[in-house]
Design a protein around this ligand. Structure first.
Ligand SMILES: NC(=O)c1ccc[n+]([C@@H]2O[C@H](COP(=O)([O-])OP(=O)(O)OC[C@H]3O[C@@H](n4cnc5c(N)ncnc54)[C@H](OP(=O)(O)O)[C@@H]3O)[C@@H](O)[C@H]2O)c1
Length: 264
């Protein structure tokens, strides 16, 4: 059976996307850690939209989790024709004060597992001449972000990797899209590494979208076969403006402004 695999499908943007794609009759393979949530979601999506929705529980911050997801999908005889690498977490605060293992786990989740899933599923997409990939980065992928240093760098990796992969995959007819949300009201800022004073300061005044709006734009971009999309008009404007200013200046101004807001 052909399926769309969405990582990080149990909440926020991934959950909203699972709803939108189920409505469009995609059969779904949802991946995240929260088994109860995934089970309820699969039941509800299957019942509401008459599709096949199933899930695999995986902690993608762990080495080999991507391989286990791939092996399990093969065992179930599933053919992934759309892979959405959406799972990701952030971290806010002064880098030297952040917990090192949490930073490394974040990098494994945001980068290594994303690369592994692309590497595992692309060969069959190419062989069958059918398939597409969406990698979710962020506005943070475009500029260094002091006090969110490792997160922004992990998203810059996603941006660079995906834009290169887009070109490598074109001759095979496989579409690869870099999708960049801006600040979106999800659980993203409620995780232990983000839910702190720095996190609150970093998102203050940001242009905000709901996860439904972001998922709507993602599906629209997919249907238009876009290879690049920044979600939200305000975010698109910000990205264009940021491209005109050297990164070092943006980082300096951002750091000074945030230190001032934190009374440092
Ligand atoms: N919200 C924003 O402002 C924003 C802005 C730019 C980019 N983004 C990006 O958008 C993507 C989705 O984030 P979101 O805002 O929707 O956040 P969210 O509501 O916190 O959702 C994150 C999803 O990732 C899953 N996840 C977290 N850690 C995982 C792990 N170790 N293994 C497997 N799955 C894991 C979570 O499920 P479990 O907890 O069940 O594992 C959840 O389904 C991320 O890549 C994020 O970087 C978000």
């Amino acid at each position: 059976m052909e399926v769309t695999l969405i990582t990080g499908a149990s909440s926020g943007i991934g959950e909203a996307l699972s709803n939108k794609l189920a409505e469009k009759k995609h059969n779904l393979l949802l991946v995240a850690r929260n088994a109860d949530k995934l089970q309820k979601q699969c039941n509800q999506l299957s019942k509401t939209y008459g599709i096949h929705a199933q899930y695999i529980v995986a902690d993608l911050s762990k080495p080999n989790a991507a391989n286990e997801v791939f092996d399990e999908s093969k065992k179930r005889n599933l053919l992934v024709t759309l892979l959405v690498n959406n799972a990701g977490i952030g971290s806010s605060g002064e880098f030297i004060k952040n917990h090192l293992q949490s930073e490394l786990d974040m990098i494994y989740l945001n980068n290594a597992s994303l690369v592994a899933l692309c590497h595992l599923y692309l060969p069959e997409m190419i062989k069958n001449q059918k398939g597409s990939i969406i990698n979710v980065a962020s506005l943070a992928a475009f500029v260094p972000s002091p006090y969110m240093a490792a997160y922004a760098a992990s998203k810059a990796f996603v941006r660079s990797f995906t834009q290169a992969l887009t070109e490598e995959c074109k001759p095979y007819g496989i579409a690869v899209m870099l999708f960049n949300p801006g600040f979106t009201t999800t659980n993203f800022m409620n995780t232990p590494a983000n839910n702190n004073e720095w996190g609150q300061t970093l998102v203050k005044g940001a242009y905000t979208q709901t996860s439904e709006q972001v998922a709507f734009e993602m599906v629209e971009a997919l249907e238009k076969k876009k290879t690049f999309h920044v979600s939200g008009r305000g975010n698109r404007f910000t990205t264009k403006m940021a491209a005109l200013i050297p990164n070092a200046i943006i980082a300096k101004v951002f750091a000074n402004q945030k230190r001032k807001e934190m009374n440092l």
